[in-house]
Design a protein around this ligand. Structure first.
Ligand SMILES: [Fe+2]
Length: 254
């Protein structure tokens, strides 16, 4: 959403258009999270993002004064240590921080690396866990991350099949295992990546999953912005059996 700094909005106008579309779809708060590498948190990219952020925020306060616009970064863990003392690195300045694994690959000692963030008093929110390489079949690393205190943020588009059927099956597996705390749009303010969470809401509600949809899309994201722990969502499965059918098909390796 922050213009000109990343693979997102090319300019201020595109960012404002994207935010306007989200607002019209019922989205009331957006946290912009441009990419940043853990090894370069003090680099020029960070300064550029800060300037563009100020510009965007000023424009939004004019044109969409009731939209909450916060910022953070999606920090790629290309090195195991991360100094998070600067609140600008965290989601809306809270103790929560959005992180991802470098190169879409689960690194060695991932639970330890994420646990070290928790030990410093912060809460890692792992971006799109359904999209990484390096899982074993039972996804046995995930309970280790959960035990270390890591939150999970699914990409809404993965649920809708935007990243293929096997990623979708894995996303459903995360949901049915009760491992998901919130769902994000991964909206890049570009025509090919402009998912509105309204579509994810509709998808879940059509399967009688309004209560988990409310927790995943509304309540928990708002709690995080208030620096409060999200509610436990628990296992999310549809009564029609679509989720378990998809999961079974991909467990067999189809
Ligand atoms: Fe990412």
């Amino acid at each position: 959403m922050i213009p000109g700094v990343d693979d997102g909005a090319p300019d201020l106008e595109s960012a404002l258009d994207a935010l306007q579309a989200l607002w019209q779809d019922g989205v009331t708060a957006v946290v912009a999270t441009p990419h940043l590498q853990a090894s370069r948190v003090e680099g020029s990219r960070r300064k550029l993002a800060e300037e563009a952020w100020r510009e965007l925020r000023a424009a939004v306060s004019e044109s969409l004064p009731d939209l909450t616009l916060e910022r953070g970064f999606e920090i790629s863990l290309d090195v195991p240590r991360l100094d998070l003392q600067d609140e600008a690195l965290r989601l809306g300045g809270t103790r929560f921080v959005l992180v991802e694994f470098h190169g879409f690959t689960i690194p060695q000692r991932s639970a330890e690396v994420l646990g070290s963030i928790v030990a410093e008093g912060y809460v890692p929110v792992l971006a799109h866990p359904e999209r990484y390489w390096g899982y074993d079949r039972p996804l046995s690393i995930v309970p280790e991350w959960r035990a270390a205190g890591v939150l999970m943020q699914l990409n809404g588009g993965s649920l809708l099949g935007e990243n293929g059927d096997s990623i979708r099956a894995r996303a459903l597996r995360f949901l049915s295992s009760g491992w998901v705390d919130l769902i994000a749009s991964d909206n890049h303010a570009r025509p090919e990546r402009c998912l509105s969470l309204r579509r994810v809401w509709d998808y879940l509600v059509a399967r009688d999953l309004e209560e988990p949809a409310r927790l995943l899309l509304e309540e928990n994201p708002h709690r995080i912005l208030k620096d409060e722990s999200p509610w436990v969502v628990g296992s999310v499965e549809d009564s029609g059996g679509f989720f378990s059918k998809m999961i079974r098909a991909f467990k067999r390796g189809r």
